[in-house]
Design a protein around this ligand. Structure first.
Ligand SMILES: [Zn+2]
Length: 278
């Protein structure tokens, strides 16, 4: 478990485990001869991807950013990805009960980012965090109603539709503060309406940049994932992010890095982006 203070806030990185992804899909047009130096592939060309959530304790609020894969995957997807389902165990190990969470923010609704929003109990899908308000961009949810010719397999309605129906999930229409010190900013590219979560306290800032920069191996502007729906927008969004995050020394939180939940991004003497430990 990784824990750090940011001003008056406490950040705890909590993992849902790891899963395997095709290395080619993970690095898009980047040649394997380059990416395999950063992330080793197994005999089936699979690489290990992390599932990092972050709990922000502000003093007044306990905010959970992202909810991993969860435990409701269909059998066919378990065969492809496995189903580690470690988030609740790791939250408990960090001393955090589901009832403690009052705010859940999903950056987008792909299955590996909102899986523990809900849980199956006695053949009914119920909210995993009963006291929480959930937040996602309205455009992301509207997109799930199709057509999703490219990434339809990545959307599992049980992760969000019950929360929409019950009114527990709020649909946002733009950048917005969610609770004091925690806000969302839309960064298109991976999906049209993916939002990052910006945490600010005591003059310090951290940002959960989600699938815009999923791991420390994806820092380079053109090292985008093959999964990105709008790869050119990914590059523009990364530029916009770095223009703020590097000079202002934001702590970047990585959704899929199996080893590094957060780091500072800096430019080295050759103007390459590098991750520097927090
Ligand atoms: Zn995604």
């Amino acid at each position: 478990m990784h824990r750090i203070t940011l001003g008056d806030f406490e950040l705890t990185a909590v993992s849902d485990g790891t899963y395997k992804l095709d290395g080619g899909a993970f690095f898009g047009v980047v040649p394997k001869s380059l990416w395999q130096k950063k992330l080793a592939a197994d005999e089936n060309n699979l690489v290990t991807s992390g599932l990092n959530s972050v709990v922000v304790r502000t003093g007044d609020h306990t905010v959970l950013i992202e909810t991993g894969i969860g435990n409701k995957l269909p059998e066919k997807m378990i065969k492809i990805y496995g189903q580690p389902a470690q988030l609740l165990n790791n939250l408990a190990a960090a001393g955090i009960a589901p009832e403690d969470i009052d705010t859940v923010i999903n950056t987008h609704l792909h299955f590996d980012h909102c899986g523990w929003n809900t849980v199956l109990r006695r053949s009914t899908v119920v909210p995993t965090f009963p006291k929480a308000k959930y937040f996602v961009q309205a455009g992301e949810w509207e997109y799930t109603h199709g057509p999703m010719d490219r990434d339809g397999i990545s959307y599992i309605a049980a992760n969000y539709e019950p929360l929409i129906k019950s009114g527990q999930m709020t649909l946002l229409c733009a950048d917005q503060e969610i609770v004091p010190g925690v806000s969302v900013q839309v960064f298109p590219g991976h999906t049209r309406h993916m939002q990052a979560v910006v945490v600010e306290s005591g003059g310090k800032t951290a940002c959960y940049i989600s699938d815009l920069i999923p791991t420390t191996a994806h820092l380079d502007l053109v090292w985008g994932m093959g999964f990105d729906l709008f790869p050119l927008e990914t590059i523009e969004s990364k530029k916009r992010y770095y223009a703020k995050a590097i000079p202002k020394r934001w702590l970047t939180m990585f959704t899929h890095d199996p080893a590094v939940p957060w780091a500072y991004v800096e430019k080295d003497e050759k103007s390459r982006m590098v991750a520097v430990g927090a």
